[in-house]
Design a protein around this ligand. Structure first.
Ligand code: KIV
Ligand code: ZN
Length: 514
């Protein structure tokens, strides 16, 4: 079995998903879970792009020790310098440098000749090599590049010191056969290729990202890049959990293994979905709610006789367990602490106290508190979601009936510390509530998306709401959890606005570095 390195870019390419804006604490929580999952490398962000990204990459680089942390940089000195400042505390600092190599990108985007692109790539790898021991160099839009040119530039960046060569299918255009062929060509036509590792990076525009990644591995790639749940630009990136499980389940066919702890898949997927607000569709491979559900009578009959008739993956393998060990009203601090330990989450004493208080409040309304409920509570506390309380909800009341006009009354505390209140109507209860909040908030707001879900089942389930708002022209996500759907909805709405305010304040403190 040969080892395939897993390079996770959930926090960089994944975070480029429209509307996703994770704060520093949220990124750190995901990074910690990726480390537990066993990714070899994680791309924590693009340090030169903003102060927020720089700070998050630095925090992750200084904290994560069992995975190599990397950051993205263009072939610009100031990008490399910013990346070094953010990454120098990492256990194994690694730089990810990229420049486009397709004729289309070079001519129309970079406005550079092929020779200028080679010169820029080589000089920047040479410069970065003075700082970084490990340099991955990516040929953006490699799959639409001229292969002879690709071979020429790769040979020179290897001579300059690159240690990994990544060949992205940036726009998800390649077919598996074509993509595999490109790796074969590069292996055959670049004389010094044995000095580096080859990496694949696929986007899912035609739904072939995972198949393309596997085709690359079959043709010499020893590193696969991707994201959890396949999130990312446009249609997203290759879903790492799918790549990993495919290699495992078909190990009879693929002689490759990864270092990933497959039973951490569910938790990693849930965390990414929760913090990004990007839900996993029910029929998603490996991790969707229906991935292990058997609906037809014939299938159910087969599974009862022998699960292998219709199940090729066991739920346990990917960490899907039945959520049966409940805590309730009479569970004490001890049981709660044990549960937190079992969930693999570390809390400070202060956070534990707060989590226990919230758990107790929940048991007043909910008979059986599930692992998912507790996980929701602790993630709200750990990721400082509540701490971004610029606008605070003091109280709200909604009157709704089929024969009267839905009316909401809201009392808010503004970021300036003023208490304001008003009432408005709407066609439904959520509209009335959101209209009232909108009337009290200074920012220009437009609701783009609104979702409400229950955490687990049952009439008394915790409600989790996600909203996407356009705040003064910026798309912001917000989330909120509460026992009541309207309360969760109000919290999510304010969370999106508050995130916008925090983001603006960070930008004002120290402007974008590039
Ligand atoms: O898809 C892509 O080409 C990228 C590069 C920055 C590696 O994400
Ligand atoms: Zn990409």
């Amino acid at each position: 079995m040969s080892q395939i390195k897993i390079f996770d870019t959930t926090l960089r390419d994944g975070e480029q998903s429209p509307g996703v804006n994770l704060n520093k604490q949220e990124k750190l929580e995901i990074a910690r879970q990726l480390e537990r999952f066993g990714v070899d490398r994680m791309e924590a962000g693009f340090p030169a792009s903003s102060k927020g990204d720089f700070d998050a990459v630095k925090l992750i680089a200084d904290t994560i020790k069992d995975s190599s942390v990397t950051g993205l940089a263009r072939t610009i000195k100031s990008d490399v310098d910013a990346a070094w400042e953010a990454l120098k505390g990492a256990a194994e600092p690694r730089l990810h440098l990229f420049i486009a190599t397709s004729e289309l990108h070079m001519r129309d985007k970079l406005v550079m000749t092929p020779d200028q692109v080679i010169e820029s790539a080589v000089s920047m790898v040479t410069y970065a090599k003075q700082k970084f021991p490990q340099i991955e160099w990516s040929a953006e839009d490699a799959s639409r590049s001229d292969l002879a040119f690709l071979a020429r530039i790769i040979e020179q960046v290897i001579d300059a010191g690159a240690t990994v060569i990544n060949l992205p299918d940036t726009v998800g255009y390649a077919t598996p056969a074509e993509y595999g062929k490109m790796f074969r060509y590069i292996k055959k036509n670049v004389p010094n290729i044995d000095r580096v590792a080859l990496s694949c990076h696929c986007h899912d525009d035609l739904g072939m990202a995972v198949a393309n990644s596997i085709a690359a591995v079959e043709n010499g790639a020893t590193q696969v890049e991707g994201t959890i749940n396949g999130i990312g630009e446009r249609a997203g990136n290759a879903a790492l959990e799918e790549v990993a499980v495919a290699l495992k389940i078909r190990s009879d066919f693929y002689p490759y293994e990864t270092r990933l702890q497959l039973n951490e898949i569910k938790r990693t997927s849930d965390l990414v979905s929760k913090l990004t607000g990007m839900y996993v569709q029910a029929n998603k491979a490996i991790i969707g709610r229906n991935a292990f559900a058997h609906e037809s009578g014939i299938h159910q009959d087969g599974v009862l006789k022998n699960v292998e008739t219709y199940e090729i993956i066991t739920p346990e393998m990917v960490g899907v367990t039945s959520n049966t060990l409940f805590l309730g009203k009479h569970s004490g601090r001890h049981a709660f602490k044990d549960k937190i330990k079992e969930l693999g989450v570390e809390l400070t004493d202060e956070q534990l106290k707060e989590a226990f208080n919230q758990f107790k409040q929940l048991t007043d309304h909910k008979k059986e508190v599930t692992d998912d409920d507790i996980y929701t509570i602790i993630m709200e506390i750990k990721t400082d979601s509540a701490a971004v309380n610029k606008y605070q909800l003091e109280m709200f009341q909604v009157q709704y009936g089929t024969t009267n006009i839905p009316t909401a009354t809201v009392v808010l505390k503004t970021p300036e510390g003023e208490t304001v209140q008003t009432a408005s109507t709407g066609k439904g209860s959520v509209e009335a509530l959101y209209q009232t909040l909108d009337n009290l908030i200074h920012e220009e707001l437009q609701l783009i998306d609104y979702q409400i879900n229950s955490v687990g089942g049952g009439k008394d389930a915790l409600a989790e709401s996600y909203v996407q708002l356009n705040v003064n022209g910026e798309t912001m996500n917000g989330r909120g959890a509460a026992q009541d759907v309207l309360e969760a909805s109000a919290i999510a709405f304010l969370n999106a606005v508050n995130r916008y305010i925090v983001q603006q304040q960070t930008l004002m403190q120290k402007e974008v570095l590039n």
